[in-house]
Design a binder for this molecule. Sequence first.
Ligand SMILES: [Fe+2]
Length: 283
Amino acid sequence: MSITVTKLSPACGAEISGVDLREELDAETVAAIRAAWMENLVICFRGQDLRPDDQKRVCGYFGQIGAYNRPKERQNPDHASDTIMLVSNVKDDKGRHIGAHPDGEMMWHTDTAYAAHPHMATTLFGVEVPDTGGNTLFSNQYLVYDALSDALKQKLAGKMAINAYEFGTTVKTFAHYDRSKVPHHAHPVLRRHPETGRTTVYVCELMTEEIVGLSPEENEAVLSEIYALQRRPDFIYAHNWQVGDFVMWDNRCLLHARTDFPREQRRLLRRVTIEDAAEVMAA
Ligand SMILES: [Fe+2]
């Protein structure tokens, strides 16, 4: 198969066409997709018709399928899975949500940054989407790094940040999680991407609690400055979902967020992640 790559925004994102993901992909096609992915950070295949096993097979071309570690007691038992997470406001006939993060906006984050080995990539397949809103926003963290002042780059060099998260939180309205109760882990603030070799910023509003070694006042000032850059419109691609979209993004160099959408409209995205074969590296 020969693929066509069409950029979706100046910041990041590309649509890949010429591929039917229900078919087995040959090594040459996978290599071409991977190259387009590393260049564009988030890639979208439209008009796909993927069953859960197809989505897992596609993820398997790029790495080992990631574990879904949401506590079992917080999953709908009829839809529990070790690998598939449903992101959905749809309810079953007992009135229970079938998936996670049902409604509303979601703050900027990168998946599983609170874990020792965060997922390299996340994929979502659009099963049902609202007429308006519920967009997934992607912020390019290479561009955020490049936009930092030299003084801030120096201040952050070698620094670690503690990332924490309580499952189910979409908007953090408080300063700190209770770390005795939630998963958390320290990672470099400035991260070296193992494939591109470029430096990326690895902190986010939803999960980063503090940069170790800075005073509370410095933390407030520095993190606010970084978060403002992460929200810069020219660093962002907004993905407007269509049914049949398969989207795959690189968690090592992107943050993502979700815009609000009407609660009465159904939204169902199926998520499968990919493990990172490399350790998180400081820049
Ligand atoms: Fe996410």
